[in-house]
Design a binder for this molecule. Structure first.
Ligand SMILES: [Zn+2]
Length: 303
């Protein structure tokens, strides 16, 4: 039931963090060679520790999609996140866009990340989010690979229009996808519907570029009018205004660097304004059989 607008909502929303360094971001593909990653100053540990501190102050336990190559280089970091009570999930190993990989290379990438994260934390890793939401119509085969590799939910299909990702016609709230390999829960980053369009309200560049009032309005609208939780996402480098600047074009510069100095304040406000938990905790039951069937219309593509 939807509570009246005057009452605070008790809905618990999902707080998710994609744990990667500032130079892993897809906007720098082709600008920063992978061979240079090991030579660049890493700031992922200090920024993630800061996020752990902020979430801890608000008593929030979220989901951390940890990049495998980060956990490989800093095994203690994944253990600290897990030790603080957060869910550990996988952001893959090497931060390659799904649609730029072969199915076999993708399989090796997600298998390696899952094993590494499970070995270092002792937690079962069942959730996956692709770099830059790169599960799109032409890379839906990745869902079969994820099912076969033991993942039970995916958070990679963004139901919006964007130049690099998105399936605008896909469902806006968690749903079950039936595939040849089995079933999987899809947990999309949140949007609000304005006219015929789904507009992003919950995280990343949209959280930094647009005024905080947009995020607050959008989340309240989903919580109150639809009675559903939102799935919010953020990266550790987004609270680091003094990170080294990399040579990128104007669009990339705006997307990556704009308002970095305001993110922490906004995040604290966000944590105070709404209730938060892990992604796993907001899925109706952590079992694909418990979510509604018959949503195959959400994905009219078969690749
Ligand atoms: Zn990423």
């Amino acid at each position: 039931m939807t509570p009246p607008a005057s009452q605070p909502t008790r809905i618990v929303n999902a707080m998710t963090i994609d744990v990667e360094d500032y130079f892993h971001v897809s906007v720098f593909d082709g600008i920063v060679p992978r061979s240079a990653w090991a030579t660049l100053e890493s700031r992922v540990c200090q920024n993630t520790d800061r996020l752990l501190e902020i979430l801890g102050e608000h008593g929030v336990r979220g989901t951390f999609f940890v990049l495998g190559c980060v956990a490989d280089r800093f095994p203690e970091l994944a253990r600290r996140i897990s030790g603080a009570g957060h869910e550990i999930a996988s952001h893959g190993y090497g931060h390659r866009l799904v649609y730029d990989q072969t199915p076999e290379a993708f399989r090796q990438d997600v298998r390696r990340a899952k094993r590494l994260l499970e070995d270092s934390t002792g937690q079962a890793v069942v959730g996956y989010r692709a770099p830059s939401y790169s599960i799109v119509p032409r890379s839906l085969w990745a869902l079969d690979v994820l099912i076969e590799e033991g993942y039970t939910y995916d958070a990679s299909i963004f139901p919006i229009r964007h130049d690099r990702y998105g399936i605008p016609v896909s469902a806006r709230h968690p749903y079950v996808i039936e595939r040849k390999a089995g079933r999987l829960v899809e947990a999309p980053a949140s949007t609000t519907q304005v006219g015929a369009s789904n507009l992003p309200i919950a995280g990343g560049g949209y959280f930094r570029l647009l005024p905080y009032a947009w995020t607050r309005w959008g989340i309240s609208r989903v919580n109150r009018s639809e009675g559903r939780p939102v799935i919010f996402y953020l990266h550790p480098w987004e609270i680091d205004p003094t990170q080294p600047r990399l040579p990128v074009g104007l669009v990339g510069r705006v997307r990556h660097y704009r308002n970095l100095d305001q993110t922490e304040t906004r995040l604290r406000q966000l944590l105070a304004d709404f209730s938060w938990g892990s992604l796993r905790s907001v899925l109706p039951a952590f079992d694909a059989t418990a979510l509604p069937h018959g949503v195959s219309v959400a994905l009219p593509y078969q690749w």
